[in-house]
Design a protein. Structure first.
Length: 234
């Protein structure tokens, strides 16, 4: 009688392991999408939009279902099986929560080219325009975004460069009356370019995504960060 009981326990443990692995599939796929994109195996659009936001989202909810099944199976003997259930539920729950948060952020209907002066937006330098493949003066005009306003003072080029660096940009140039920078995203390498125009009594900012992918209000968020760095302390 003892052998069937031992066999059943072993089978239950194997099921719990598979359910725990199922709960980890979504984050594993996201990591694969990230590294594949960074190493040039596929485009950022495929890695982010297809592998992560479509397939990864499906696997995230499937993983949560698997975690709940693991909890039900482990409930009869939480002392010996509870670790599997807890791990599966923690990973799946955190993954689904992150997908929901990012989904809300990406759903925001925001522009990818924003500025503090929509009537006369700052222009990118020749070096940055070259990095953008010639995209700097063509395409949809930059627009304003909520809470983004010009700095009502003339800042020094050094201050503009420091504001770009504080917002995570790499400075591409800083001279009298202007500064430029670019920022490559950590996960999928999506790049934004920034231009700061300095005039007597006013400093304007422009941030534009380098590609055509829609990633929520990232351009507005970065532009606000640059403006915050330009504002006087206190």
């Amino acid at each position: 009688m003892a052998e069937p009981t031992r066999t059943q326990a072993r089978a239950t443990e194997i099921r719990l392991r598979w359910l725990t692995l199922a709960a980890c599939l979504a984050p594993l796929l996201v990591l694969t999408a990230v590294f594949g994109t960074r190493f040039g195996l596929w485009s950022a659009g495929f890695g982010l939009e297809v592998l992560t936001l479509k397939i990864g989202r499906i696997l995230a909810f499937a993983g949560l279902a698997a975690a709940l099944v693991a909890v039900l199976i482990a409930f009869k003997d939480m002392r010996r099986r509870g670790l599997y259930a807890a791990a599966a539920l923690a990973v799946a729950g955190a993954t689904v929560a992150l997908f929901l948060i990012q989904g809300q952020r990406f759903a925001v209907p925001a522009a990818s080219d924003v500025t503090t002066d929509a009537a006369e937006p700052p222009a990118f330098s020749r070096a940055v325009v070259a990095m953008r493949g010639g995209r700097g003066t063509s395409g949809p005009a930059p627009v304003a975004c909520p809470g983004l306003i010009a700095v009502p003072r003339q800042v020094a080029p050094e201050t503009a460069a420091a504001a770009l660096e504080a917002a995570g940009f790499t400075v591409r140039g800083a001279a009298a009356f202007r500064a430029d920078g670019s920022k490559e995203g950590f996960w999928f390498g999506l790049t934004h370019d920034a231009a700061i125009r300095i005039r007597p009594g006013r400093t304007d900012v422009r941030v534009a995504a380098r590609g055509d992918m829609k990633i929520g209000d990232e351009a507005c968020r970065l532009a606000r960060a640059v403006v915050q760095g330009l504002a006087p302390a206190g």
